[in-house]
Design a protein around this ligand. Structure first.
Ligand code: UDP
Length: 315
């Protein structure tokens, strides 16, 4: 059994990773400064004696006593609204936080998996996005703080692998949804679901023709876990290739939640990618035929159930 550190362990994906590792009987240390993470996401894990939590800002300090076998580096604001409000923190955790996580991995001789993103492809000119595509990122636009921090993270990770022989893994995560997303994080899934459940207008940005491809968190966690224990050291896309327009997505949420909400148009945020779809050929090949298993309707149904209870709307 391994001893695993999860940075951003109280976040959406981080908390699901902690849970998965504990279920497999590993020991888990979660670190989070609770800037966008939430103690509620891990409250149920505290009774497990193999779980511990450190409230720390990893941009200034990251140390854990004892041996570590694995570091999962998942700390970062992850919603465009969050990184607009927290631009410096977003840059710092992707750069300084990554440096500290890599340094700790070197010191402990631990394997490290870093959470990169489809945002490294920017507003992509190649569709769907393969790992070999270098991207189309605006470094000085409002999203640049996240995109460039994550690109720096990948570069730093490769440097530690090449110069120090650190055992690294890089996952590029595409749009993911599921229980424990923050209700007001501003991303399309919590926004549309909370709006629909309260019969408020769904706010579609732009003309709604931009596309995204949504992956349920359990499928993502399975892919990440397989990558962690694989030998693949180059970046791997993990996501669900089923692509749709945001207008179609709004209509789907209204239908699935039985809502009476209308759809309203809002201005399209600057540099909002026009299309996004993962090419998961590589993941399939190197991760033992991994692919998403949870259908969109099933995953969205579970997530609507989660937001219903968060809003105090249980049937
Ligand atoms: N979006 C929208 N309405 C919202 C929130 C988001 O139309 O209330 C759009 C947004 O412009 C983008 C897509 O939904 O095209 C996905 O946005 P999200 O913030 O979830 O993440 P992104 O994929 O852009 O990183």
């Amino acid at each position: 059994m391994a001893r695993i550190l999860v940075t951003g362990g109280a976040g959406f994906i981080g908390s699901h990773l902690c849970e998965r590792f504990l279920n497999e009987n590993h020991e888990v240390v979660a670190v989070d400064n609770l800037l966008t993470g939430d103690r509620d996401n891990i409250a149920h894990l505290f009774e497990n004696r193999k779980f511990s939590f450190l409230e720390q800002d990893i941009t200034t300090y990251l140390y854990v006593r004892g041996d570590l076998d694995v570091i999962m580096h998942f700390a970062s604001p992850a919603s465009p609204v969050d990184y607009l409000e927290l631009p410096i923190q977003t840059l710092k955790v992707g750069s300084l936080g990554t440096h500290k996580a890599l340094g700790l991995a070197k010191e402990k001789k631990a394997r490290i998996l870093v959470a990169s993103t489809s945002e490294v492809y920017g507003d992509p000119l190649v569709h769907p996005q393969q790992e070999s595509y270098w991207g189309n990122v605006n470094p000085i636009g409002p999203r640049g703080v996240y995109d460039e921090a994550k690109r720096f993270m990948e570069a730093m990770t490769m440097a530690y692998r090449r110069s120090h022989g650190v055992d690294t893994r890089i996952v590029r995560i595409f749009n993911t949804y599921g229980p424990r997303m923050r209700m007001r994080d501003g991303r399309v899934v919590p926004n549309f679901m909370c709006q629909a459940l309260q019969n408020e207008p769904l706010t579609v940005y732009g003309d709604g023709s931009q596309t995204r491809s949504f992956c349920y968190v359990d499928d993502l966690v399975e892919g990440i876990t397989r990558l962690l224990w694989s030998d693949e050291q180059d970046p791997v896309n993990i996501g669900n290739p089923s692509e749709m327009t945001i207008q179609q997505f709004a209509e789907k949420i209204i239908k699935l939640s039985g809502s009476r909400s209308p759809i309203e148009r809002r201005p399209l945020p600057e540099d909002d990618p026009k299309v996004r779809q993962p090419d998961i050929t590589k993941a399939k090949r190197v991760l033992d035929n991994w692919g998403p298993k949870v259908s969109l309707d099933e995953g969205l149904g579970k997530t609507i159930g989660y937001f219903k209870s968060k809003l105090g709307l249980e049937a």
